[in-house]
Write a protein that binds this ligand. Structure first.
Ligand SMILES: Nc1nc2c(ncn2[C@@H]2O[C@H](COP(=O)(O)OP(=O)(O)OP(=O)(O)O)[C@@H](O)[C@H]2O)c(=O)[nH]1
Ligand SMILES: [Mg+2]
Length: 315
């Protein structure tokens, strides 16, 4: 199935003259702020953010609908050289997402001396649409120092437009949105006006739990965590009931996720519940269970089960 065929169509969405709509991929190295930027642009937290690289594992769309148009942002895992089957599978999906988008954001950190890694360069070479170079985290720069580094000046010529922004403070985002809208084709909306993401509440709940554990656990543990929403009962008269299963690769990691006297898991649960409630606008009873799924990152059947798409068997 091509990307064009996979784009959704809203029945009865007539072509309003001058209404623009299109897909904008947000690509770059891990940890440059792609998910933070998407959340800031759509004004809602749909994508997991953490201070650790490789937080985003699956493509997730964030939708902004205005009177004059609709922008469908595609947030992706950071582009890296995959060293194992799991990351290979994430990269395949990321590169796939770059096909047939209407606009590409290449997000870099303002103070990165090497903003164009070989992996990013390779992925960008496949892209035929207009591209914006977006220099993020300008809030970290010394206000008096010259902003543009030699590394940035060298690559800026290869982009249609360059923006200096802070996804954290919102600096530069209104201009970025205006220029983005202007680049999109006249087209009816792809999604209903009240939709914020292509993912359902079950996926978002599992991601929120994973995000909290990414922040609360250390060393290799975050990368061995996967989460799955096992039950999601909507109860209009009471709290919704949500059960999320947390998978780790080893028994020792299970202990770290639970923490002394259950403190880590309790904290993750409290923080996640608040975020889920804010997202759903309804009180939630959140139950978390931890299970060892031995070496799940290396097992294709486990990866598939956990929703990570495997496109072809191991060579
Ligand atoms: N100071 C500063 N920090 C930022 C900014 N944007 C993002 N961050 C921080 O950078 C870290 C990474 O942000 P993410 O949005 O998770 O980055 P990402 O590019 O999606 O990362 P991956 O999904 O791992 O590829 C988090 O700690 C963010 O709070 C910014 O404009 N300024
Ligand atoms: Mg991310």
């Amino acid at each position: 199935m091509t990307f064009e065929e996979s784009r959704p169509v809203i029945a009865g969405a007539e072509e309003r003259s001058e209404f623009r709509a299109g897909f904008v991929a947000i690509a770059g190295k891990p940890n440059v702020g792609k998910s933070t930027l998407m959340n800031a642009l759509i004004g809602a937290k749909v994508s997991a953010v953490s201070r650790r690289p490789q937080t985003t594992r699956e493509q997730i769309k964030g939708i902004l609908t205005r009177d004059d148009g609709q922008i469908v942002f595609v947030d992706m895992p950071g582009l890296i050289q995959p060293r194992d089957r799991f990351n290979e599978c994430l990269m395949e999906q990321a590169v796939e997402a770059l096909r047939d988008v209407d606009l590409l954001y290449h997000l870099v950190e303002a103070d990165d001396p090497a903003p164009l890694s070989p992996e990013v360069a390779e992925a960008l070479a496949r892209v035929k649409c207009p591209r914006f170079l977006i220099v993020n985290k300008v809030d970290r720069l010394d206000k008096h120092a010259p902003q543009e580094t030699p590394a940035l000046s060298q690559i800026a010529a290869h982009y249609d437009e360059t923006f200096w922004i802070s996804a954290l403070t919102g600096q530069g985002l209104p201009q970025l949105l205006e220029r983005t809208m202007a680049r999109l084709p006249v087209h009816p909306p792809y999604y209903e006006g009240d939709e914020l993401t292509d993912r359902d509440a079950r996926f978002l709940a599992a991601e929120i739990v994973r995000e909290k554990l990414f922040e609360l656990t250390g060393q290799e543990v975050p990368y061995s965590i996967a989460t799955e929403c096992e039950e999601f009962k909507e109860r209009p008269e009471q709290k919704h009931y949500i059960r999320v299963r947390i998978y780790v690769e080893r028994e020792s990691q299970k202990k770290l996720v639970i923490g002394a006297e259950g403190r880590v898991l309790k904290k993750a649960g409290e923080l996640a519940r608040k975020d889920i409630e804010a997202l759903l606008g309804h009180p939630v009873y959140l139950e978390l269970w931890v299970k060892v799924l031995k070496n799940w990152r290396k097992n294709e059947a486990d990866l598939r089960r956990l929703g990570y798409k495997i496109s072809h068997p191991r060579r």
